[in-house]
Design a protein around this ligand. Structure first.
Ligand SMILES: Nc1nc2c(c(=O)[nH]1)N[C@H]1C(S)=C(S)[C@@H](COP(=O)(O)O)O[C@H]1N2
Ligand SMILES: [Mo]
Length: 320
């Protein structure tokens, strides 16, 4: 990941899709996913003469146009046209175009290793079994840019509980799909494909840790990691692995693609920390895509209250 790839600002096109225009609520999302039929959808949305329709909590939440700190959401255009996805290209603005025909159906994810009940899930199983909810998270790339993204998805912990981890399981290893025919960047032998990432079991079970299936109430577009990607909002973006096909529970700290290439630059923990510089640049501030100027980077990307306890025995000065 090179710092020179940082761009000044995202040009705003007249055709830009605003959050308000593309936003669908949870019910519409489920319908788009084929989870509830058109009949159900129309029935539940039709104004009823007898009883006023109460507003579901998720619909209220969905209408928020900011995160919990009051930062506005990035636009759908920004989120889907400024991407890191090296399986396609290292050029952020070309990912959308190169990934547009990426085939994401059928899709299976194998959950196995140190568990009682290993299982391979079809994407439809995941969408039906685990209620999809909206989570508005900040995404902070290690390259010092950030966005606010309204994801749809479910907690990884719900999926892990389903396979019943053994007490020996201390880490979770994630693996992205390997498909050089569809992913031209995978022909670059420099990178140790497939992309891999990992979390401790405590991190994986944390409620903030999301398996994302959508954004802005729509299915994930290929460039954002369709059909299933991880989102760990208190860690640098490279931990949030895309297009996951394997989730393995293990008893050792797994290698990751980035720690294999540059262990001194991209460690296993990779918690957002403004006090610890990357060897080649400061992490004290960041550029929010769509804004001019820089803003201070927050400890744990602003999620310290929720996650700091996970690291009470670790030296946080240690990037790794
Ligand atoms: N498989 C895979 N996952 C990946 C990457 C990648 O190159 N390949 N890039 C990571 C990086 S560096 C970032 S910042 C985020 C970007 O996610 P976004 O494009 O949805 O904003 O995805 C992460 N997940
Ligand atoms: Mo990143």
């Amino acid at each position: 990941m090179s710092s020179k790839a940082l761009l000044k600002s995202v040009p705003v096109k007249s055709s830009e899709i605003t959050p308000e225009h593309v936003y669908l609520n949870r019910r519409q999302f489920l319908k788009a996913m084929g989870i509830i039929g058109a009949g159900t959808f129309l029935a539940s949305c039709a104004p009823s003469a007898q009883s006023p329709q109460p507003t579901a909590p998720e619909d209220l939440k969905a209408s928020a146009a900011t995160d919990e700190l009051g930062d506005p959401l990035n636009t759908y255009e920004e989120i889907t046209h400024y991407n890191n996805y090296y399986e396609f290209t290292t050029d952020k603005r070309d990912v959308a175009m190169l990934a547009k025909d990426f085939i994401t159906s059928p899709w299976q994810v194998k959950v196995y290793g140190l568990v009682n009940k290993p299982k391979t899930f079809g994407l439809e199983d995941l969408l039906q079994q685990f209620p999809q909810e909206e989570r508005i998270y900040r995404l902070r790339c290690v390259e010092a840019w950030s966005m606010v993204i309204p994801w749809m998805g479910f907690s990884l912990s719900a999926l892990l509980k389903e396979v019943e981890p053994l007490s020996a399981a201390k880490y979770v290893r994630f693996e992205s799909v390997m498909n050089p025919d569809q992913m031209p960047g995978q022909k670059q032998k420099f990178y140790p494909w497939p992309y891999q990432e990992g979390l401790t079991i405590e991190e994986a079970m944390h409620d903030l840790t999301l398996m994302a299936t959508g954004l802005y109430g729509k299915m994930l577009p290929p460039q954002n990691g369709a059909p299933l990607r991880l989102v760990v909002p208190w860690k640098y973006g490279f931990k949030s692995i895309k297009a996951i096909v394997k989730i393995e529970l293990i008893d050792y700290e797994p290698n990751t693609l980035w720690s294999t290439i540059a262990p001194n630059e991209y460690g296993f923990y990779a918690n957002v920390n403004p006090q610890v510089s990357h060897p080649r640049w400061s992490q004290a501030s960041e550029r929010r895509i769509g804004e001019s100027g820089r803003r201070p980077t927050l400890m744990f990307n602003g999620y310290a209250e929720q996650v700091a306890h996970l690291y009470k025995d670790i030296n946080l000065k240690d990037f790794y």
